[in-house]
Design a protein around this ligand. Sequence first.
Ligand code: AP5
Length: 214
Amino acid sequence: MKLILLGPPGVGKGTQAQLLSEEYGIPQISTGDILRAAIRSGTGLGKRANEYMSKGELVPDDIMLGLIREKLFGEEPLDGFILDGFPRTLMQAKALNKMFAEYDQTPDAVLSLEAEEELIMKRLSSRRICRNCGAVYNLITKPPKTEDLCDICNGPLYQRDDDKIETIKNRLEVYKKQTEPLIDFYQSTGLLISVQSSGSPQEVHRIITTKLEG
Ligand code: AP5
């Protein structure tokens, strides 16, 4: 199965991608996670990406397209995947369509997650992540058992730089200008499935699997 997850920052794309990955046994490809790993390793890609990510801006399309081509259609094209955070511009969406066509593939569905802005702000400003294993917590909805420590590996929890209020506001603006138009783009292809993402992670997951399998 080949799925694309669309939606504003903090709507729950990463959370749902992980649940879908477990449910269907297909990898989650998170461009945000890939870029953050490159920043941690201090690679050229990481240094360039950080200039944009720290401000809540999008990383340029040419960088993202090279990265995604390598991930999806590298030596061995992937049989199935969940794209979390790509595409994010019309240019990326059109280029992805071309890549699919080259390999005679089509995505099965584009899931568009939706939630009120107030809820998104709350989710993002209370998100914490384990520095060791990357597990995602939320101080309100999924707090760790011990303050500031990961339940799984006991690693320290941190707040993403772009989860500070001012940067969140910019990310939401960038989303509206550059990514929201993809909803119409995919609607016109008949692939779009809209999902209300304000329930619990398990509730949202159930809505998604029912719509996918229904
Ligand atoms: P990226 O990492 O993709 O960030 P994002 O799209 O802004 O999404 P988030 O990871 O912030 O949120 P999410 O929707 O995954 O929510 P989550 O599940 O974590 O991108 C970061 C940056 O990288 C971009 O700004 C850009 O610079 C760059 N980039 C990446 N891809 C790019 C591309 N294609 N082109 C150009 N630049 C690119 O949930 C959030 C919180 O809410 C968590 O604490 C979670 O526990 C909680 N939560 C989630 N769901 C629920 C629920 N149902 N109920 C209660 N709590 C919930």
